[in-house]
Design a protein around this ligand. Structure first.
Ligand code: CA
Ligand code: CA
Length: 455
């Protein structure tokens, strides 16, 4: 169901009192079921939300929230993804550009001056008020900056890239502004982190800069034909001149993508300075003195490895073959900050891919749920998280209690919202069935095995 901008933001849909009461009748049946053995399957793709042409380009995922900028109509929309099939809602107007929308630091940032003739100033919306009516929420939007576009956040700063075409002394610079001084528009609230050597404008790529509490990284190059370098500043040296420079060996005209999680950096790079090479995906722990390693090496194979994204658990990216027409999404597991195992295909892929913890989402057409092809959707997969302690917390409210098996029963028998598979799959057989509700009930009331525990 589509919510217009200005409508009320719906709360996450949970089984209502009637559904919960009806589902209670099914509890004895759930108790009677035995846990079935696990079996391996490919990852299931879920269409988190559908739309029309150019729908949902460059989605962002953060915790249980998925948001995306729309061009026509120009609006930023969100959907809660603690479970699938919730109601999407408009959050704020959006300028017709891909830059400027950023989720992080507890805020949704929007607006990008200089990215287009109808750019706008930067505003911040606290995520804590997203469920308030737009008329109320709008009054609480914070004007952050009259210039630039937000490119990154950490727990302390928002980072703003000011395009070279903007009429300000800050043009061509990246600024840091403390999150606790967001509403302060005096120049003293902005500090220069770096000056860009390349004359990019803010209307170019997004995700070419990134921040964590430990590091800030950005891409730059000395000339318009040279290699792109990843520039690295430690958080404690943010306003000093100490910079580590990593040569990507890529001179792609449009720039390159990177992503950062703590000290773990992934970026597009190449094996050698060979012009014909298409980008590969490279990884380095910035706390180590080691050189970057290839996760998916660049080759002369005309497969573009694009949009690397990273969490503590995974690296993901998209591969584009045959002149971009054949797409697939790929991943590599991270354990204790190190890549382990082989690369594996995580899904159909599309344009763009975003990741938070184990949820990867992209914009694209795909086949899902029995082979029906969906044109234009934001598609998500839930990657495995062996040993995670939130299996069984089906409604993702941070505790396992009676509402969780009821959520499963409500979905199975009363058409209730579809749980996230990994959270509901208490018996680890990659399906949501009555036995999952039974396993959670066993755990809650009969001292059974913890949901998700292989025993
Ligand atoms: Ca729960
Ligand atoms: Ca199951």
């Amino acid at each position: 169901m589509r919510r217009k901008l200005g409508g009320e933001c719906p709360a996450t849909e949970k089984p209502g009192p009637r559904g919960a009461t009806a589902a209670l009748w099914l509890l004895p049946a759930a108790f009677a079921l035995l846990v079935s053995p696990a079996s391996a399957q490919v990852l299931e793709e879920v269409a988190a939300v559908y739309g029309g042409g150019r729908f949902g380009e460059q989605p962002h995922v953060e915790g249980d929230l998925l948001c995306w900028p729309m061009w026509n109509p120009g609006v930023i929309e969100c959907i809660p993804i603690a479970h699938w099939g919730g109601a999407r809602f408009g959050v704020a107007p959006n300028i017709p550009a891909l830059v400027g929308v950023h989720l992080g630091g507890g805020f949704l940032f929007r607006g990008a001056n200089g990215s287009s003739p109808d750019g706008s100033r930067i505003f911040a919306i606290p995520l804590s008020i997203l469920d308030e009516p737009y008329s109320e929420r709008r009054k609480k939007e914070i004007l952050v900056s009259p210039v630039g576009a937000v490119v990154a956040t950490n727990d302390f700063f928002v980072f703003i890239l000011v395009g070279v075409s903007e009429e300000t002394p800050w043009r061509g610079k990246i600024l840091a502004k403390p999150l606790d001084r967001l509403a302060n528009l005096s120049p003293e609230a902005f500090s220069v982190v770096c000056e860009l050597q390349d004359d990019r404008r803010t209307g170019g790529l997004t995700r070419t800069e990134a921040a964590s509490n430990a590091f800030f990284v950005w891409t730059d190059r000395r000339s318009r034909v040279g290699n792109w370098n990843v520039h690295v500043k430690r958080a404690e040296d943010l306003f000093d001149d100490q910079v580590r420079v990593i040569d990507t060996r890529l001179a792609h005209p449009l720039g390159l993508y990177l992503a950062l999680e703590g000290s773990l950096l992934v970026f597009q790079g190449a094996e050698e300075n060979v012009p014909e090479q298409t980008p590969g995906i490279y990884f380095v722990d910035l706390e180590s003195a080691e050189d970057p390693v290839a996760i998916a090496p660049s080759k002369e194979d005309h497969i573009y490895r694009q949009w690397p994204a990273i969490s503590r658990e995974y690296i993901v990216w998209t591969e584009l073959a045959d002149d971009y027409f054949v797409r697939s999404a790929w991943g590599r597991r991270l354990v204790d900050g190190k890549p382990v195992g082989e690369n594996f295909r995580i899904g159909s892929g599309g344009s763009w891919i975003t990741l938070d913890r184990n949820i990867a989402a992209w914009n694209g057409s795909t086949s899902f749920q029995g082979g029906d092809v969906v044109h234009q959707a934001i598609v998500a997969v839930e990657l495995d998280l062996p040993g995670a302690d939130d299996v069984g917390d089906v409604d993702h409210d941070s505790s396992i209690n009676i509402t969780d098996p009821i959520f499963v029963l409500n979905h199975l028998f009363l058409g209730g919202p579809r749980p996230r598979l990994r959270l509901a799959d208490a018996d680890l057989d990659r399906e949501i069935t009555l036995s999952d509700a039974a396993a959670i009930l066993e755990y809650l009331f009969r001292g059974g095995r913890r949901p998700g525990d292989r025993g």
